[in-house]
Design a protein around this ligand. Structure first.
Ligand SMILES: [Zn+2]
Length: 233
């Protein structure tokens, strides 16, 4: 897959092929060390402090998936406006150090890509041949990562009714698929529509749509208490 195909992405892409050595050389040449350091520092804060990331990492750990560590994350320079991607062949999450400037953005990208990693781990996703699998994970990532949360939408001057959350999720999933697969918009829309209801309602491992940090904190608390009795017996 040519990286330029990711240019039209909404900010996320499923990266299918990357020449890591080349990328490393490029980031050494083009970017100051500080950009990479800043990216890794924000990543560290996201993993340590974001309740969204903590739910996903805990869930992956208890599903027996390899727990993400430094080796599974890579801060790199990316083309266009891409913010990040999940490389399914190496199970590596790419964070675009040239396009992520704020901690809140980093938190969302890490969460979005961890949802793909979680799906990859639990569902044996066939990213390359089954468009329905890809569509489902993109719907879940848009729905659960906060990509379509109210404050994000507000900043895009797109606020509206509750129904709008669904439209935002549908739209972002569609754009993500079109960014990484050569299919028509109509074809992609049909696939998204076919799987939308079941994937939109699959809130694992959050148990709800975490619309805010508070929601995500509750989800984390519930997740950590999932094996306990609800009351003091
Ligand atoms: Zn995605």
């Amino acid at each position: 897959m040519d990286r330029t195909e990711l240019n039209a992405d909404y900010g996320y892409g499923l990266i299918t092929e990357r020449n890591t050595d080349q990328n490393k050389n490029q980031s050494m040449r083009d970017s100051p060390v500080t950009k990479n350091y800043k990216c890794r520092n924000m990543l560290h804060l996201a993993v340590e402090n974001s309740p969204y990331a903590k739910v996903l990492l805990s869930a992956m750990k208890s599903s027996g998936c390899s727990v993400f560590n430094d080796r599974h994350f890579s801060c790199e320079d990316c083309d266009g406006t891409v913010s990040g991607g999940f490389d399914a062949t190496s199970s590596q999450i790419v964070l675009c150090q040239n396009n992520i400037q704020q901690q809140s953005h980093m938190n969302r990208v890490v969460t979005h890509e961890l949802i793909h990693a979680f799906d990859h781990c639990r569902a044996h996703v066939d990213w390359f041949n089954n468009f329905r699998h890809l569509a489902c994970s993109e719907i879940r990532a848009a729905n659960l990562s906060g990509d379509c949360s109210f404050s994000n939408e507000l900043s895009r001057f797109n606020f509206g009714l509750k129904q709008h959350h669904q439209e935002c999720v549908r739209d972002r999933a569609l754009r993500s698929i079109l960014a990484v697969r050569k299919i028509s918009r109509e074809e992609a829309r049909k696939i998204v529509d076919e799987v939308f209801d079941s994937c939109f309602n699959d809130h694992a491992p959050f148990g709800r749509i975490p619309h805010s940090r508070k929601d995500a904190e509750f989800a984390y608390r519930d997740y950590m208490n999932r094996d306990r009795y609800y009351a003091n017996l």
